[in-house]
Ligand binder design. Structure first.
Ligand code: NAD
Length: 667
């Protein structure tokens, strides 16, 4: 029987066993995962997988799933991937009783769109392992639940598994997501391997498992702010980054933003990428200007770009260590250096060691994981030495939140400061994003126009720019530069062709800015000027994430190893009006290394939506500013005091500062 898109969504798990599916030959396949389960555990994994299906299919599916487990290290249930095209359709095309639920379906589809997702067949959106679901059965069931739910139910999701619809209220979130929540003692990388293979947990990364990924645009803005300010740190005032080099690695899900950000910041960007498919994808999408395959041509082209003071981005298909070492020999000065390989998963394809081909590495990591680990650590030591040689000549190097310094230090690389506690190099949060943005509440606010109409996006860009322009006139000097950068960003956003997948936009803004922009959108929706809009943010933000080597690396009161802020955030957002909330273990820097959360909210033009957005966005940003100010961060103290003046019902505990001389001779 032929079924249309809506009927297929509504049916959930099909009534008849669908035919077995051939894996598309050109797909960018997820790395083969570790074969970590014992025979007994494998049986448990199959038993777990089969509970989604009627008994009469078990025999045939058991063999098939056992095969998937043996070949891929995971059970994706590929046979159940639906035949319809998965992409963010206009909101009204989704079969739903609740508009909020339809908006969530749209966002799930965006995360699994072939043009957006890194390994769509395996339900991985980005970061090598950032999963929306563990398998296609979970996808089918979730979409079915969303199509059935009313505004008085909440869907609770455990690491991709839809536990079910529970009665709630119109003011409750429609979906509550947790990903990778573990008992702390079971939160080591191999625990993820094991419990993910068993089918009971998943790595949601940040916006993958929370349905809020909007393609690399999401990260371009933050990366632009970072690169621009890195150059501001080292160049004499008035000098531009044109003709100056930014060297980095990775053209994957997030790292693919680097060349685009480099172009916007106006420098020469050189970005190494070992996976030719990933490099070509970014080149074809226009995210990087040139593709170069051999190192001699790279040297020649870079010298030319320097001579002509060019603004250009170059993808080098090869290992980044090769460039660091070769540029040293050639005496090519690197002004700014960083790295965005996926070192949060160093042993499973996140970092490819120098001296081994891409294919050889892929073989070694699954066949001889211990040997592969040694190669990775050798390479990290080499990598760090080459960087040290450049920084000795004046290169400014910073860690880009990918656990480079952490893993290099674990590999015994010469990367520690003389005090043997700190790293030799700062993280981009410590030096740039923390003090300039997060402590003032600036973070990656984003929105998606659910009509799918590019004109709606143009209108929202204009609305957001008008709001910021009105605000900047009376803004205090401490945040004027940030606001001006953000105005330039939104002014040029369309020109920079950032949209991949849904009609989405990112814009760094503070609490006041986010709230005013969202409120202005809601008014425009009420006036019929634009369709409904989903607002949200990256987890990489002021309040949503506790991550001692990244988002909260500029917290110096010892509390950076706690995760209270992220937990308060998700709970606080959930009863202030979020349409969905999520909290994840892992994401960015690695499993067990971070707690991060986020939200999504549908603006439908109603007065209730205006109440919700104001209440929730206020808390969503000021929670983190309060914590950062309690940690004595000067910028956050400024911001929270300013907020208390504006909002009399906000009362935050302010720290008393201690004179150094009192502490000096105590111990
Ligand atoms: N700073 C930030 O704002 C920020 C934001 C998002 C992600 N991150 C971190 O950056 C990392 C990358 O994220 P992603 O989503 O792009 O991951 P990804 O896995 O999609 O991309 C990383 C890419 O690096 C390539 N690579 C690995 N080793 C290499 C090597 N030695 N030389 C050249 N290329 C190599 C891989 O082939 C891969 O394509 C992650 O650890 C992530 O947590 C940082």
């Amino acid at each position: 029987m032929h079924m249309d898109f809506k009927q297929q969504i509504q049916q959930g798990i099909p009534l008849e066993l669908p035919p077995i599916k051939k894996y598309p030959a050109d797909a960018n396949r997820a790395p083969r995962r570790k074969n970590i389960l014992t025979s007994e555990e494998k049986q448990l994994a199959i038993r777990n997988a089969l509970r989604y299906f009627p008994q009469e299919w078990h025999k045939v599916l058991a063999t098939e799933f056992a095969n998937e487990l043996n070949i891929f290290g995971r059970i994706y249930m590929y046979r159940f991937k639906p035949d319809y095209k998965i992409y963010a359709r206009p909101l009204e095309e989704y079969p739903a009783k609740s508009k909020q639920a339809a908006a969530i379906m749209l966002m799930i589809h965006n995360n699994l769109d072939n043009a957006v997702a890194q390994h769509p067949e395996e339900l991985i959106t980005y970061g090598g392992n950032g999963a929306v679901f563990q398998n296609w059965a979970q996808y089918l069931l979730t979409m079915q639940y969303l199509s059935l739910m009313t505004n008085e139910q909440t869907l609770h999701m455990y690491s991709g598994h839809p536990m079910g619809l529970f009665p709630s209220s119109i003011n409750a979130p429609r979906v509550v997501v947790t990903n990778g929540m573990m008992i702390p003692n079971y939160s080591k990388p191999n625990d993820w391997e094991k419990y993910n293979a068993l089918g009971v947990t998943q790595y949601g990364q940040m916006t993958a498992g929370s349905f809020m990924y909007i393609g690399p645009q999401g990260i371009v803005h933050g990366t632009t702010i970072t690169v621009m300010n890195a150059f501001r740190k080292i160049l004499p005032s008035g000098e531009t980054p044109a003709g100056k080099i930014f060297l980095t690695a990775g053209l994957g899900g997030m790292s693919g933003a680097q060349p685009k950000a480099g172009n916007i910041a106006g420098c020469i960007t050189i970005c190494a990428e070992v996976n030719p498919k990933a490099a070509r994808k970014r080149f074809d999408q226009g995210w990087v200007d040139l593709l170069i395959e051999d190192i001699d041509s790279l040297v020649a082209r870079v010298n030319k770009a320097k001579e002509k003071n060019e603004v250009v981005s170059i993808a080098f298909i090869g290992n980044v260590v090769e460039i660091w070492e070769r540029f040293e020999k050639e005496n090519i000065f690197i002004h700014v250096g960083s790295d965005q390989t996926s070192l949060h998963i160093p042993w499973t394809g996140g970092y490819y060691p120098a001296g081994l081909s891409y294919e050889a590495s892929n073989r070694l990591m699954s066949e001889e994981p211990e040997k592969f680990k040694e190669k990775v650590q050798d390479s990290l030591r080499r990598h760090a030495t080459a960087i040290n040689n450049h920084t000795a000549k004046g290169t400014y190097f910073f860690d880009y939140g990918n656990a480079f310094l952490l893993e290099a230090s674990r590999a015994g690389a010469n990367i520690m400061d003389e005090n043997k506690i700190d790293f030799r190099y700062p993280s981009y949060i410590q030096d740039i994003l923390g003090p300039m943005c997060f402590d003032y509440g600036f973070g990656p606010f984003r929105w998606v126009c659910t009509s799918g109409n590019p004109e709606d996006l143009d209108k929202t860009d204009q609305i957001a720019m008008d709001v910021l322009q009105n605000m900047v006139e009376n803004a205090p000097k401490e945040i004027k530069l940030q606001m001006q950068d953000n105005i330039i960003w939104i002014r040029d956003a369309k020109k920079n062709k950032l949209v991949v997948g849904s009609q989405a936009r990112i814009l760094y803004a503070d609490a006041e800015g986010r709230s005013k922009i969202a409120s202005a959108f809601n008014e425009a929706i009420a006036a019929g000027e634009i369709g409904p809009v989903v607002i949200g943010r990256d987890h990489h933000d002021v309040s949503g994430t506790d991550s001692p080597y990244r988002e909260t690396s500029n917290i110096y009161d010892g509390s950076k190893y706690t995760a209270d802020m992220a937990i308060h955030n998700v709970i606080g957002d959930s009863f202030r009006g979020a349409t969905w909330v999520s909290i994840h273990n892992g994401g960015g820097v690695g499993w067990g290394e971070v707690m991060n959360g986020g939200f999504g909210m549908l603006l439908d033009g109603s007065p209730e939506a205006d109440v919700r957005l104001k209440s929730m966005l206020f808390y969503d940003v000021n929670n983190g500013i309060a914590r950062r100010s309690w940690a004595r961060n000067e910028e956050a103290l400024f911001a929270i005091k300013r907020e208390m003046e504006r909002t009399p019902s906000l009362k935050v505990t302010i720290p008393n500062l201690v004179d150094d001389t009192i502490l000096k001779n105590l111990f």
